[in-house]
Design a protein around this ligand. Structure first.
Ligand code: ATP
Length: 364
């Protein structure tokens, strides 16, 4: 069903060069964010995520393109509304809390526009929302990293901005705290009915926190979609690999089928001739090789990684190799002969199939 929400933020052709002789670090980046939507900009280090966010925030000028919030132009080569007048809140990687102020005072800091009595009430209200009211008199250094991050979010939310901009907000937290804090941040943003742009290099974080994701590569936004769309329907090899483990193969297509190292597979759209495909390891399964199924695609288990809830197998094929994720109900051992079965159609990538492919690819 089409969403009927009107667009809150519109970034159009945002372009930034730090030196005239080098290519732009942000190159014609366009996306929209709807009311109450969490949009993640996901990409590897140095691809231009922070620079994009800084142009939206107003900390960086744009060379080309524009930023509009609620239809008002905040940024273009001829217009620059300063960050504090944009009606957006910021949450940074290092929290940026004032160490000499307690939690309540930190949250009240951004509420200068309200009468004193209302400031106190609003700060307590937002601390209640993030579950930090009981800690209101503590200093930041008396809080855990996750609690400090929640206070930073409370401080950004307190003045009721139009939207929140977050730059790698969970990267200073350890793995366990990161997971619980990001769940909490999503809950708070949803309860506050707030829109947000989140910058991250962590695909799991983007997939679990965002409503939509824009994947960035070398300054360009290469694919935008829901977490399910970018994960299950990657357009390019880069997106397929950046979003998780996958098998990328060259294949010869004819209609909705393609012949590959993994045998004849169904593909997600009709194609003809040389193509490149991606199939996620959880979309393959293994069977014991028997005389009855030996006509299937056979391989030998080269390596296995037991992970408790599932097992990853590295399977050697006649030519190349592939990775398969299965549950642990049918454990195979190293050296076992297996037959590989596809469970879902492979995804046809928008790539030049003449480029060399080296068997399976994955992102660890
Ligand atoms: P990370 O995840 O490592 O923070 P990023 O995707 O956020 O990376 P940016 O910080 O936007 O990337 O940087 C993109 C490119 O622009 C990098 O090559 C970086 O070195 C360069 N860059 C960023 N800021 C400046 C600056 N002020 N002057 C010159 N080059 C810069």
């Amino acid at each position: 069903m089409e969403k009927s929400m009107s667009c809150l933020l519109r970034a159009t052709n945002l372009t930034k060069r730090f030196s005239p002789q080098d290519p732009p670090v942000v190159d014609k980046v366009s996306f929209t964010v709807e009311h109450e939507e969490i949009f993640a900009i996901l990409g590897p280090s140095g691809c231009g995520k922070t620079t994009t966010l800084r142009m939206i925030a107003g900390f960086e000028r744009t060379d080309e393109g524009s930023v509009q919030l609620n239809g008002q132009t905040l940024e273009c080569p001829y217009t620059h509304i300063p960050p504090e007048k944009r009606g957006v809140g910021f949450v940074f990687q290092d929290y940026a809390l004032f160490p000499h102020l307690n939690v309540l005072e930190n949250v009240k800091f951004g509420l200068g526009g309200l009468p004193k009595s209302q400031r106190h009430y609003r700060a307590l209200e937002i601390l209640e929302l993030i579950g930090m009211k009981a800690y209101h008199s503590r200093k930041p250094q008396e809080l855990s990293g996750g609690q400090q991050q929640r206070v930073a979010l409370a401080r950004a939310l307190a003045p009721k901005p139009e939207m929140i901009l977050m730059d790698e907000p969970f990267s200073n937290l350890d793995a366990v705290l990161r997971q619980s804090t990001r769940n909490e941040v999503r809950r708070v943003l949803k309860e506050a009915r707030m829109s947000a742009v989140l910058v991250t290099h962590d695909q799991e974080e983007a997939l679990s926190v965002a409503d939509r994701i824009g994947v960035m590569e070398n300054g360009r936004l290469v694919q935008t979609g829901t977490p399910e769309e970018v994960y299950y329907r990657p357009k390019t090899r880069f997106v397929a690999q950046f979003l998780g483990k996958t098998n990328v193969l060259s294949a010869q297509a004819s209609g909705l089928e393609a012949r590959s190292e993994l045998g004849t597979l169904m593909i997600d759209k009709p194609a003809r001739g040389d193509i490149m495909i991606s199939i996620r390891p959880e979309h393959l399964t293994l069977e014991q090789s028997t005389p009855a199924n030996s006509s299937g695609m056979c391989g030998r288990v080269e390596r296995r990684e037991f992970k408790g809830h599932d097992i990853t197998y590295h399977v050697l094929l006649e030519k190349g190799s592939c990775i398969v994720h299965t549950d642990n109900r049918m454990p195979f051992g190293v050296g076992d002969q297996v037959v590989i079965r596809p469970l879902e159609p492979a995804v046809v990538l928008d790539e030049d199939a003449r480029l060399p492919v080296q068997g399976s690819f994955s992102r660890d």
